[in-house]
Design a protein around this ligand. Structure first.
Ligand code: FES
Length: 90
């Protein structure tokens, strides 16, 4: 077993760069009861930064996916790719 690898702390990707909000923070807020985007924005400060909310294109589909499936996609990008897992828009 590679002990160094198991001791590495996993970093959650940053979804909202304006306010430095990670994917894990957003997911936890959703699990804790944020069932609308406004509640999610109030709880995490994601989506209300100076860029005008460019992260909403990730937070919106992530919330929608959770409300529909009661689980999260394997990555935040999966929820915004129209169900085609592993693809990215260019
Ligand atoms: S990246 Fe989230 S508000 Fe700008």
């Amino acid at each position: 077993m590679n002990q160094a690898r198991t001791n590495q702390k996993r970093r959650s990707p940053i979804i909202c760069r304006c306010n430095n909000v990670s994917e894990d923070t957003i997911k936890q807020a959703i699990v804790d009861g944020c069932d609308t985007l406004n509640k999610l924005f109030d709880a995490t400060a994601a989506g209300v930064g100076p860029c005008g909310g460019s992260c909403r294109k990730v937070t919106g589909p992530l919330l929608e996916y959770y409300l529909k499936h009661k689980t999260f996609p394997t990555s935040a990008k999966d929820s915004s790719s129209n169900g085609a897992k592993g693809t990215t828009k260019k």
